[in-house]
Design a binder for this molecule. Sequence first.
Ligand SMILES: O=C(O)CCC(=O)C(=O)O
Length: 212
Amino acid sequence: MTTQPFISQEELFGEPPIETFDLPGAELVLLNAVWSRSDGDLLCKQLIDELQWRQDKISMFGRSHDVPRLNAWYGDPDRSYSWSGIEMDPIPWTSTLRKVKERVSEVADAEFNSVLANLYRDGNDKVDWHADDEEVLGPNPIIASVSLGAARNFRIRRKDRSLDPINIPLKSGDVLVMSGSTQRYWEHQIPRTKKVLNPRINLTFRKVESSA
Ligand SMILES: O=C(O)CCC(=O)C(=O)O
């Protein structure tokens, strides 16, 4: 008796394992289903319970607002991070995050010393247009971004608005790698949507300079 090889949904419907994007001044690679969709969903549930989520506040026009998602910053000692006036000291790696980091380092062919975790509780949570261009990341940072749980649209546009924004759907288990001058010339967002009712975690692995 011959056994049929297992064919995943992705293979059956032709989702390419690696997608590149021809965008001027950006280097962007989407690695589809580095984790299977079901493993990605399981990992999402596990990290929702395991990580120490914090609700940060941001000040706008003299008023304080909740950041529209929860965050957590994990990493090597002395790898603090600050953005929009929010200071984050690293929490030591959990064994789950360490395993995820090892896999991401392999597929992105890069080393990382920290990760910003974002928890979008449902489609009401979002991140506004921004670039990950803080000085501690260096001039051409490589950022590997893991999506787990609900699929969401990632939008990216030129800072000079010379092109229409591009929409990249990110699904559970995908890894998006941004490198080169992407953060210098482009900015990205995860827009709010009424269509998504389930949570999504995004882990953006980064290499930051020591704060010591
Ligand atoms: O959730 C995402 O895919 C993007 C997150 C992001 O832009 C960030 O952490 O800087």
